[in-house]
Design a protein around this ligand. Sequence first.
Ligand code: UGA
Length: 447
Amino acid sequence: MAPPKITVIGTGYLGATHAAAMAELGFDVLGLDVDPQKIALLERGEPPMFEPGLGDLLRAHALGVEGSTGRLRFTTSWEEVGEFGDVHFVCVNTPQKQGEYACDMSYVDRAFESLAPWLRRPALVVGKSTVPVGSAERLAERLVELAPAGAEVELAWNPEFLREGFAVRDTLHPDRIVVGVRGERAERRLREVYATPCAEGSPFVVTDFPTAELVKTAANSFLATKISFINAMAEVCEAAGGDVVKLAEAIGYDDRIGRKFLRAGIGFGGGCLPKDIRAFMARAGELGASEALTFLREVDSINMRRRAQMVELTRDAVGGTLLGKRVAVLGATFKPDSDDVRDSPALNVAGQLHLQGAQVTVYDPKGMENARALFPTLGYAASVQDAARGADVLLHLTEWPEFGELDPAAIGGTVARRHLLDGRNTLDPVPWRKEGWTFRALGRPTA
Ligand code: UGA
């Protein structure tokens, strides 16, 4: 049997990476986006966002790039997608709804409504977006209603676990593949699509629809809980005079606990964890199971309190009032190796400081453009040195590797006062203190 032809609907962090990875695995791929500007970039092999390794993959396969395999094409036409594909991956985003916790399904719904009328022959539609449990069942019915091929069009749910910054690696070498299916035909198709990673040893977990949907939200809720747990310990360390970094190291040696995701700091952000735990709470409420997830409310509030604590630590460092004080902020993205500033704790702290009267100047290696678009009233500098010039305090809020290599003596020559606050607990206080800096960090009053 010929290998399936693949389409990918939505070319954001998830879709662009998935499309390029499918081409890398040897499939002919057609990507669709409703944004013609994104399509124009992708056709030239240019990623619409910063993601390590994605540019190389796009250039290796995009038809518009000389010398490429040409296996990867892009379009804005639903008709073309419907005609081309045997397997259609839906990768559009599901942000938080305006003014409520629930997830906004409008992009997913629109993708299904636009695609289905062009499905004239047997096909498998595979949802990858993070959705409230129960969506797959509803969408499967909608597909059969709308597709000319009727019941010959099947649905599967195949959540994505990629991390920004590692998206290419996570997609090509996933630590597990989860597929929610209703029949063997869909399972067989997906085993064909994922034959390479399966042969390399990625576990292939077959479930029903609701379990597949829940695996994704459960995984993100667990990660968020782990981060908020260590941040709660940071609060206790602050009250008791302990050091949360040492505490995390020590409990992390217990391999039932593990060291990963135990880094205390200004907490989690991004386009996934915060909105996923909220959407999960909202959905549990609809299902009459809200009590099961009340702890996530606490996870969320611990996370938000850490941002506020960073503001307080800053106020304290500059003598009790932020009015007119110059604050240099290192980092704007929600994590390093990404240009994503969605719900970024770093930018949120910078914004709060600005609103309380500080003069804030931000520097980030990759996130400047997105940060400026979201918070145009903050100051932006082209380098660490520029941001730090004349600063009363320096804040380390996203742990980009280049910030770990800063020379405390050199930076000390540009600031007005040698005050450094580490909001990510990744800097070594020793060399900074040696150069006369006051070094403080969340959860480490004694560090
Ligand atoms: C997260 C999950 O890790 C992925 O498995 C999932 O596929 C993805 O969401 C998604 O739903 O699409 P991502 O948002 O890229 O991935 O970022 P993470 O690496 O999980 O980091 C999230 C936030 O937690 C960041 O702001 C990071 O700084 C923070 N964090 C992480 C901590 O504060 N402490 C830690 O120890 C680890």
